[in-house]
Design a protein around this ligand. Structure first.
Ligand SMILES: *Cc1c(COP(=O)(O)O)cnc(C)c1O
Length: 396
């Protein structure tokens, strides 16, 4: 018997069978027209998911972290200043990457559990009269704390300060699961990965570039070879790649976007909101709270659950894995042990979500946490009962 359960980590996410099959294909000559026929729909699909109007899509055999590195090295030069707030492990790691590339990172230290601090960003940008800040880095969804930031708000702050900095957005754990508006928010680079909202195995960094970001490549002097967008765009123009593409994953990407669009992106976002809200109802019923500091910051793809004093979030994650064969996320960095994380993105239904909540509850009971079995599950059930839409007739 298989003991395969859905995973409830905030990436990699559960892979639909049809996506797995779409990735499984015979070898194909990536310099042939057959590859171009496969690649183009994937790129056009990403463009729609990001809501891009102008600009280019880049798909690199890599992961989200490689996407960050590509964004930075293609657009900036050693010694350039970038502005970033640090409020979790992922915003931290992006800052670290910039520092290792000898960029001067102006860091706004922000308590974990908060999101991008608009007022502080506005102050720094207004004070930068000479425009020495070249880019603002924003983590749309901080996966370590389950916090969503207001990217439209950052764009408004840049515009109000009439600041020319580019806006780079890490959307690795939001794109494809939460509304994203590349054109509307004036994003210059968006970074996604294949293994979260796109429900694929890890292996692709997916980026959207604005015309301004593409222009910045002309003067950017950070070294890059494998990640050079210029090579990539030149090869694209000929329908190919500067090196061997991850053909199976690209086929899977086109299919996963078909799945998202046949459900309807708005319906996908609504489903993620519903899944998340059910999880939050369960968390409150357990007498706990999300780590996110306030309701408007709640992420619809991951909830970091603050555990009661004297309880260890990591112990719950370990027990869930060893006893029940179910994966939750541990707390990272300064919240290690203080939270455990429930991923609720990708291929998930309310029924699957209830199985995750019920296993989390069993672990709490096993560990002697002060939680009544069934309390969180019942709160989520009540919410899902009243909100789940009827399945479409044609659904398979
Ligand atoms: C997962 C994640 C990353 C890292 O992506 P990898 O694909 O693991 O390299 C970066 N940022 C955020 C917000 C993430 O959730």
């Amino acid at each position: 018997m298989s003991t395969q359960n859905p995973v409830f980590i905030p990436g990699p996410t559960n892979i639909p069978d049809s996506v797995r099959k779409a990735c499984d294909m015979p070898t194909l000559d990536h310099r042939s027209p057959a590859f171009a026929r496969l690649f183009r729909p994937a790129v056009e699909g990403v463009r729609r998911v990001l809501r891009m109007e102008e600009g280019e899509i880049i798909v690199i055999p890599s992961t989200g972290t490689g996407g960050w590195e590509a964004a930075i090295t293609n657009t900036l030069s050693p010694g350039d200043t970038v502005l970033a707030a640090r409020f979790g492990m992922f915003s931290h790691r992006w800052i670290d990457l910039c520092q290792r590339h000898k960029l001067d990172v102006e860091i706004i230290e922000t308590p974990w559990g908060e999101g991008a601090p608009l007022a502080a960003l506005a102050r720094v940008l207004r004070a930068d009269k000479t425009g020495h800040i070249k880019a603002v880095l924003a983590t749309h969804n901080e996966t370590a704390t389950g916090v969503k930031s207001d990217i439209a708000g950052i764009r408004a702050v840049l515009d109000a300060a009439a600041h020319p900095a580019m806006l780079f957005v890490d959307g690795v754990s939001s794109i494809g699961s939460m509304p994203f508006d590349f054109a509307g928010w004036g994003v210059d680079i968006a970074v996604a990965g294949s293994q979260k909202g796109f429900m694929l195995p890890a292996g692709l960094a997916i980026l959207g570039l604005s015309p301004k970001a593409i222009m910045a490549m002309e003067t950017a002097r950070l070294p890059r070879t494998y990640f050079d967008f210029k090579d990539m765009l030149a090869a694209y123009a000929r329908g190919g790649y500067p090196y061997t593409p991850a053909v199976g994953l690209i086929a899977g990407l086109a299919h996963s976007i078909d799945l998202l669009e046949s459900e309807g992106l708005e319906a996908v976002y609504a489903r993620h909101h519903r899944l998340a809200e059910g999880v939050r109802r369960a968390v409150f019923a357990w007498g706990m709270t999300p780590y996110a500091a306030s309701a408007e910051l709640y992420s619809d793809t991951v909830t970091a659950v603050k555990v009661p004093e004297g309880c260890d979030g990591t112990a719950l994650v370990q027990l869930a894995a060893s006893k029940y064969g179910m994966a939750f996320g541990v707390g990272l960095g300064e919240v290690a042990g203080k939270v455990f994380r429930i991923g609720h993105l990708g291929m998930l239904t309310e029924a699957m979500m209830l199985s995750g909540l019920s296993v989390a509850e069993m672990c709490m009971a096993d560990l002697g946490w002060p939680v009544r079995l069934g309390s969180g599950v019942a709160a989520a059930q009540e919410y899902y009962r009243g909100t789940v839409p009827a399945l479409a007739q044609a659904a398979e």
